[in-house]
Design a protein around this ligand. Structure first.
Ligand code: PLP
Length: 397
């Protein structure tokens, strides 16, 4: 099936590249092939483009350009933040949550083998991490707290600003994985009190294989990647200028439209859930109930349970999600049974089970995530397809 014929509802896994990013990146691939570290004009042209991209990305999170370090994506940013922070400070204790992406969870597992202690916080039944739980987990030797800004499976928005305040008061470093939140909820690194923040380009319609890690000024981090002096000597390797240019172009387009996209996605989310509930009465929502479209700007840190506007994670009791997803795919509808990284694995979602769902309930759950190109008409077709398939599968039980 051609890409143009599919209904793509898996934007949390990846987002099709935005035309602005393709145009900017294609031009850069042709024009800025010089090595950004070289002193001749082809090099300095590449360097200028790289720094322009860095400055543009820094502005999206209220950071200084000198605080933005290009990475290969969210996984690298998470690995870098956790390992560098833990190895730097004398504290032996790390606090993370049970619903982090595997890029954080598996890095914490690795750090355990290096002698560090890890506390895994469990969320409430909506996937929310109460700031009090973070506060209570702090020990005299806690070096780092890492809590994601929004969850990739259920879209729950975490109280990052409150957690940042707690971390700052106790002089503990704070990292947040903002891979899913970036471009969707406003981020101000100073207001949120974060020291480290990871982002990935392909989740906002930029190219795959690039992201950035925000490292607050004056953090005494050494080299993460050893070699040349690129990225101020902290991450060696010839810079990927065309991807940085494509990333910045995607971010500029996304941020220019952020408020209207948000309102549109909230509308789609409400419509889709209402129609699913009308047509499939036993459907259950995983995570917080979608909110009314209030247009409220400060959408993080207020302590209420909210979810990203483009996410609906639902359970169809008595229906195996793997089978449902395969049958949906045969009709050109792409969704996911958890995070993309665990698709194919038999294990039920670690996020849903941490929220108190049974393994069986987790295996009956599907994640739909919308994007700029989706329409109500596509969602209505999806509701009809899900209704027909779940009806058929339930009869077989
Ligand atoms: N963190 C979160 C919350 C994610 O959703 C993902 C991707 O699924 C990652 C990290 C990893 O990002 P990347 O694919 O750029 O390595």
């Amino acid at each position: 099936m051609d890409n143009k014929d599919i209904i793509y509802l898996d934007h949390a896994a990846t987002v099709p590249m935005r035309p602005e990013a393709i145009t900017a990146m294609s031009a850069a691939l042709a024009d800025v092939w010089g090595n950004a570290s070289a002193i001749y004009s082809a090099g300095s042209r590449a360097k200028r483009q790289l720094e322009r991209a860095r400055a543009s990305l820094a502005a999206t999170i209220g950071a200084d350009p000198s605080e933005i370090y290009f990475t290969s994506g969210g996984t690298e940013g998470d690995n870098w933040a956790l390992t560098a922070a833990m190895e730097l400070y004398s504290g032996r204790h790390l606090i993370i949550t049970a619903i982090e992406h595997h890029a954080v969870l598996h890095t914490a597992e690795y750090l355990k083998t290096r002698g560090f202690d890890v506390t895994l916080l469990t969320p409430d039944s909506t996937g929310y991490i109460p700031p009090d739980a973070v506060y209570e987990a702090i020990r005299p030797d806690t070096a780092l707290i890492s809590v994601m800004m929004a969850n990739n499976e259920v879209g729950t928005i975490e109280p990052v600003a409150e957690i940042g305040r707690i971390a700052r008061d106790r002089h503990i470093l704070f990292h947040t994985d903002a891979v899913q939140a970036y471009g969707k909820i406003p981020i101000d690194v100073r207001a949120a009190g974060v020291d480290l923040l990871s982002v990935s380009a392909h989740k906002i319609g930029g190219p795959k294989g690039i992201g950035f890690l925000y490292i607050k000024k004056n953090m005494p981090f050494g080299a993460y990647m050893h070699g040349g002096m690129q990225e101020k000597g902290r991450r060696a390797g010839t810079e990927n200028v065309p991807s940085a240019v494509g990333f910045a172009a995607a971010a500029e387009a996304v941020f220019a439209e952020r408020e209207s996209s948000q309102a549109r996605e909230l509308g789609l989310q409400k419509f889709f859930l209402r129609r699913l509930r009308e047509e499939i009465p036993d459907v259950e929502l995983n995570g917080p109930e979608p909110e009314e479209n209030t247009g409220a700007e400060d959408r993080y840190g207020t302590g209420s349970r909210r979810r990203l506007a483009n996410n609906l994670n639902v359970r169809f009791p008595g229906v195996n999600s793997e089978t449902l997803l395969i049958l949906l795919d045969m009709q050109g509808i792409c969704a996911s049974g958890g995070s993309a990284c665990t698709t194919g694995a038999i294990n039920p979602s670690h996020v849903l089970t941490a929220m108190g769902k049974t393994q069986e309930e987790a295996r009956e759950s599907v994640r739909f995530t919308f994007g700029p190109e989706n329409t109500e008409e596509e969602l209505e077709r999806t509701v009809q397809a899900v209704k027909e398939i779940t009806g058929r599968l339930k009869k077989l039980n």
